[in-house]
Design a protein around this ligand. Structure first.
Ligand SMILES: Cc1cc2nc3c(=O)[nH]c(=O)nc-3n(C[C@H](O)[C@H](O)[C@H](O)COP(=O)(O)OP(=O)(O)OC[C@H]3O[C@@H](n4cnc5c(N)ncnc54)[C@H](O)[C@@H]3O)c2cc1C
Length: 396
């Protein structure tokens, strides 16, 4: 049993969390990953949006019969926030369909945002068609690691941020189990995990997620010194997205291949209710220059079922059914999703050093936990100068 003591009582959104606990007794030692086997390298582009993700109706004067809602720009947190933002869209559409007879809805995009949105619109009794350039297997959503954490995402509206975090987290908890690939897991970190600290500050300790604990010695064979323990969710994207797609199929939601170049292309669709969930694609399609690409790469090692914890904030290690995910990089302003094997090898070599499996190496600037990047993971809730503000031109 762990003894827990509350040791602090003040804090702010950007400071240390209001409450943390000190773990007094040493944990049982946990298995160290082997870091062996072939590395599969994957990459995706996080659709970060300055100031806030976009969740609103747009009135189009030239198309008064179109009810258009935007739902994109969730940065490094699209999986985590998906059910929350989808619920907000459902509520907007629900209010609209009470006033009209239209029942056909087009959802643009088949990533996690498009599929969760479509899933909730089906529950309203609407006929939903998804139009997308890429099937879910080829989206950024399928590349995500899968930790529930609102990282690299802005939301100027504090209440909206709290609503979507809470709705989403609670929906994932309700769906926990192997069917959706969702589990509650301990998350050991070397440094404070500022995105989870923000959640603890926003809601209070033990309200949405448990308070963080200070761990005097991290419970690994190699002595990493002190660290922190959080509890969060692991949502395994390959399982979760496949299950979502199966439920859409079971509800006769057609998924049609389509590539939209301009809003006019979108307005030519037969459906008068349209929800735009095109993620990073919205930068080009809706000419939204507040959407900034933040490329991320992950190394996938063969699965290791003896690992039952997450490790973050000195590199990360997420043991999933399909792979042990080693991350990651943060490469702002780069919009290609080309995986670079040498970069993934570096990610693995870096975390091997952290776990004492081989000598520590110098951390490279693209590493997500490079000292120059430590603040960029913190979600900007309630306003402030956006991260990645200096990205005026994107590299292809
Ligand atoms: C390396 C990495 C790790 C991550 N880890 C996590 C994590 O642990 N937890 C977490 O919550 N989030 C994580 N994320 C972030 C998460 O993956 C994204 O926020 C999320 O996938 C965005 O979902 P989306 O549905 O908006 O976009 P996407 O998944 O990119 O889907 C967009 C859809 O729109 C379609 N589309 C785009 N443009 C057009 C067009 N012009 N015409 C037709 N269709 C179009 C695409 O084909 C696609 O179907 C990570 C991201 C990366 C890159």
């Amino acid at each position: 049993m762990r003894r827990r003591d509350v040791v602090f009582g003040i804090g702010g959104l950007s400071a240390a969390p209001m409450f943390q606990r000190v773990q007094q007794l040493t944990e049982k030692q946990l298995n160290t990953p082997t870091f062996q086997g072939p590395i599969t390298c994957v990459a995706g582009v996080r659709p970060y949006r300055r100031h806030s993700f976009r969740l609103e109706r747009e009135h189009v004067p030239s198309r008064p019969n179109k009810f258009l809602v935007h739902n994109y720009g969730h940065g490094g947190a699209g999986i985590s926030l998906s059910w929350g933002v989808a619920t907000k869209v459902r509520d907007l559409v629900k209010a609209h369909v009470q006033t009209i007879s239209a029942r056909d809805v087009a959802v643009l995009g088949s990533g996690v945002i498009g599929m969760t949105t479509a899933r909730l619109l089906v529950d309203l009794g609407l006929r939903v068609t998804i139009y997308a350039r890429d099937p879910w297997e080829k989206t950024t959503s399928a590349v995500a690691g899968g930790q529930w954490a609102p990282s690299k995402v802005d939301c100027a509206d504090v209440q909206l941020a709290k609503d979507v975090m809470k709705i989403s987290y609670q929906r994932f908890v309700a769906d926990m189990g192997s069917r959706y690939g969702i589990s509650k897991v301990p998350n050991y970190t070397k440094l404070p995990q500022k995105d989870l600290d923000t959640v603890i500050d926003l809601f209070g300790p033990d309200t949405l997620i448990p308070a963080r604990e200070t761990v005097q010695r991290l419970p690994f064979g190699h002595n990493m010194g002190s660290g922190f323990l959080y509890e969060t969710l692991l949502i395994e994207p390959p399982i979760f997205l496949k299950q979502l797609r199966a439920e859409l199929d079971a509800n006769q939601v057609a998924v049609k291949h389509a590539v939209f170049s301009t809003p006019q292309d979108v307005f030519e669709l037969p459906e008068n209710i349209v929800v735009n969930c095109t993620g990073f694609g919205a930068r080009e399609l809706w000419d939204d220059k507040d959407v900034v690409p933040v490329k991320g790469q992950l190394a996938m090692l063969p699965p290791q079922p003896n690992l039952n914890y997450l490790f973050s904030r000195s590199g990360h290690m997420f043991p999933r059914k399909d792979a042990v995910v080693i991350g990651g990089t943060e490469e702002p302003c780069i919009e290609n999703n080309t995986a670079v094997p040498a970069v993934c090898q570096d990610l693995v070599d870096d975390i091997k050093g952290v776990f004492g499996v081989s000598p520590m190496i110098e951390r490279l600037p693209f590493h997500i936990d490079h000292p120059s990047k430590v603040d960029e993971v913190t979600p900007l809730i309630g306003g402030g100068p956006p991260h990645f503000n200096r990205c005026t031109q994107v590299q292809h």
